[in-house]
Every structure is written in structure tokens, then in C-alpha cells.
Design a protein around this ligand. Structure first.
Ligand code: HEM
Length: 334
């Protein structure tokens, strides 16, 4: 067989088909269905499709439904043992057989998922025969190791592993975001040097978000400052239609939160931007999360107290509904 494995299985369309048909089986599986309590499998299908395209080296724009970088991390919150792994593999094997890939691809896919599912339940000694899949799997495991190293504070190892992903811009942005979030000085220096050394880092995205969204959400003032100095648009929208200012108001309970909000506003962030499904402003989110100091910065910068979200609620309504009494009082007093 010539061409990449991705081409062999029908490109991005083949990945979507595999994911859709697989989750069609999972939806009826008594062992696996309880892991997916929602009515629809849409998110799971999208995430798994994005993973397959990313894993097989496909178009970055089609990989933005990812949420997690590391396979181990994405499964850590579930209790997955031998029974669950066997059910998963049986559904996957039945899907691969039913789709009617060529015989070689069927064999390679089966072997790959057999090994990968063992890895998910803790088996490190996985071996993949297909060369293309084997080298991609080795990179996938490096990614898991990189995330582990970041979490454990092993900065040298984390940075060395991260550099291996420079040629994979989406994953690289995801890793830089995680290094920024760690807040460790060497990691921040590394992220800064990467931004200054390769201007494309600022425009790529992981999970539909830019590095400015991630750094804002995690209150990383150093990286936010560097990105703004490099001319990154402070009003850029993520996949959900939200700005970096929304990210800091929604996600950042750290002391640096108000400083990040100020830096974004000074660079031209629109304090009254309201996008996404809920049409919420940054002030709605600060109110909802009880981020008082950020709310003060937003109000000082002219954030509207009368802004209405898609439910017709103002920021003070949000604060009251979410029992954030301090911020409800602050908003009511203004
Ligand atoms: C061992 C059996 C496995 C079980 C029981 C299992 C179960 C799950 C569950 C419950 C989710 C969460 C879905 C959600 O959050 O809505 C998930 C997500 C996911 N699984 Fe598995 N899984 C298994 C093996 C695998 C394997 C072998 C792979 C890849 C080769 C894989 C790739 C993924 C991906 C990419 C996601 C989405 C993570 C993201 O947000 O990016 N899983 N899995």
C-alpha cells in the first residue's frame, strides 16, 4: 500500500465515519453507555474524529474539537478496567469490520486499537507493527510524558519533550498553554522564546483557542504581555465566540486576574463584547464566578451593568442566581 495511513482509510471523511459508527455502537453498549450520560454522542464523535485526524497528521483546522492533549489525562476521570477495555475494543473491532476498509488497513487498525486500549488501562509495553502508526504512537506517548512532566514540575524534561512538537503547531500551542499555566520561571522563559522565535505560534490554535485565550484564562500575565507586544488581537474569538477578556473573567480566580484584564483592556479589548451561545459579557462571567477584583476592573473600564445575555439576565442577575453575594452587592451599588 502506498500513501499515508490517513489516505489509506479515506482521509478526514474516513476518520469521521469510523468515529460516528463506533459511537453508534457505544450508544447501545450496556458497559460503555453509562460513561456517556447525555442524550447525544455528538461531542464524543467530534472529539474522537479530531483525535484521529490529528494523530494521523491531517489538516489542523479539522482537529480543533480536541479538549485534552494527553490520552491518559483525558481518561483519568473514568474507572476503566479490563471489562470496559474489552467492551470498547469489541465495539471498535466490529466497526472496523463493518466499514469495509481494505484487508491491510483492517489488520493495522485492529492491532493499533488493541494496543492503544491496553495503554489506556495502564499497559506501557505496547507495540505497533505498522510503521506509520508506530511512529505516530511513539509521538503520542511523548505527549503524555510531556504533560506528566509539566504536572510534576520536571521542567527540563517537559521543555525537551515540547520541542519535539514544534512541527505540529496545534499540539505545540496546547503544550505552550500548559507550560504557561504552570507559571514556573524556566517554563515561562521557554514559552517567551518560542513566541519571539516563531511568530506563527501566535496564530495557531489548539482546541479552538489561541495562546492568548489560554494565557488569559490561566492568569499568566507574563505571556499575555509578550503576546500583546507581538500584536496579537485582544479581541480575537475562540471557537465558542469568546474573547480573551471573557476567558480571564470566567476562568481566572488568581491574584493576577485583574492585572491580566487591565493589560487586555489597555491593548484595546472591548469590555462589552458578548458572543457565543449565551451572549454573555466578561462582566456576566466575573459575576457568575464571583471574581470581584476582575469585575471592578471591568466596571472601571466602562463595562455595561445593563448588558443582557441570551436568557435576558444582567450581570447582577447572574451573581444573584449563582449566590455570589459580594459581587451582587458590588454590582447593585454601582
Ligand atoms: C480502553 C477503553 C476505553 C474506554 C472505556 C474509553 C472511554 C472514553 C470516555 C468515557 C471518554 C469521554 C468522553 C467525553 O468526555 O464525552 C473518552 C474520550 C476519548 N477517548 Fe477513549 N476510551 C477508551 C480507549 C480509547 C483509545 C484506545 C483511544 C485512542 C486510541 C481513545 C481516545 C479517546 C479520545 C481522543 C477521547 C476524547 C478526549 C478529548 O477530549 O480530546 N480512547 N474515552
Amino acid at each position: 500500500m502506498t500513501g499515508s495511513f490517513l489516505e489509506q482509510i479515506g482521509g478526514a471523511k474516513g476518520c469521521r465515519r469510523l468515529s460516528t459508527e463506533f459511537y453508534g455502537r457505544v450508544a447501545k453498549d450496556p458497559v460503555l453507555r453509562p460513561f456517556f450520560p447525555g442524550k447525544s454522542m455528538r461531542c464524543a464523535i467530534n472529539e474522537f474524529t479530531a483525535f484521529l485526524i490529528e494523530f494521523l497528521g491531517g489538516d489542523e483546522d479539522l482537529t480543533q474539537d480536541r479538549w485534552w492533549l494527553s490520552l491518559r489525562e483525558s481518561h483519568a476521570r473514568f474507572e476503566i478496567g479490563v471489562a470496559e477495555r474489552n467492551a470498547w475494543l469489541a465495539d471498535m473491532s466490529a466497526t472496523i469490520d463493518a466499514i469495509g476498509f481494505d484487508a491491510e488497513s483492517v489488520g493495522d487498525l485492529r492491532q493499533f486499537f488493541e494496543q492503544a486500549s491496553l495503554y489506556i488501562i495502564g499497559n506501557e509495553a505496547t507495540e505497533i507493527q505498522n510503521r506509520d502508526l508506530a511512529s505516530r504512537w511513539s509521538a503520542q506517548r511523548d505527549l503524555d510524558r510531556a504533560i506528566n512532566a509539566i504536572r510534576a514540575g520536571r521542567e527540563d524534561e517537559a521543555m525537551e519533550l515540547a520541542t519535539r512538537f514544534r512541527s505540529r503547531p496545534s499540539i505545540f500551542v496546547g503544550l505552550l498553554a500548559r507550560l504557561s499555566r504552570s507559571g514556573r520561571p524556566d517554563s515561562l522563559r521557554f514559552v517567551t522564546e518560542e513566541i519571539l522565535g516563531d511568530s506563527s505560534v501566535i496564530s495557531h490554535r489548539f482546541g479552538g483557542r489561541s495562546l492568548l485565550h489560554y494565557a488569559s484564562g490561566s492568569g499568566c500575565l507574563e505571556i499575555v504581555t509578550v503576546l500583546l507586544q507581538q500584536g496579537v488581537d485582544p479581541n480575537a474569538l475562540d471557537r465558542g465566540g469568546h474573547t480573551p477578556l471573557y476567558a480571564v473573567a470566567n476562568e481566572c480566580g488568581m491574584e493576577s486576574g485583574p492585572h491580566v484584564a487591565r493589560a487586555l483592556i489597555a491593548a484595546g479589548a472591548d469590555v462589552n463584547a458578548h458572543g457565543g451561545v449565551t451572549r454573555a459579557t466578561a462582566l456576566h462571567m466575573a459575576a457568575r464566578r464571583g471574581h470581584v477584583a476582575i469585575a471592578l476592573v471591568l466596571i472601571e473600564a466602562g463595562a455595561s451593568l445593563d448588558a443582557i445575555d441570551s436568557k435576558g439576565e444582567t450581570p447582577v442577575d447572574r451573581a444573584v442566581n449563582c449566590r455570589k453575594h459580594e459581587i451582587a452587592k458590588l454590582l447593585a451599588d454601582h
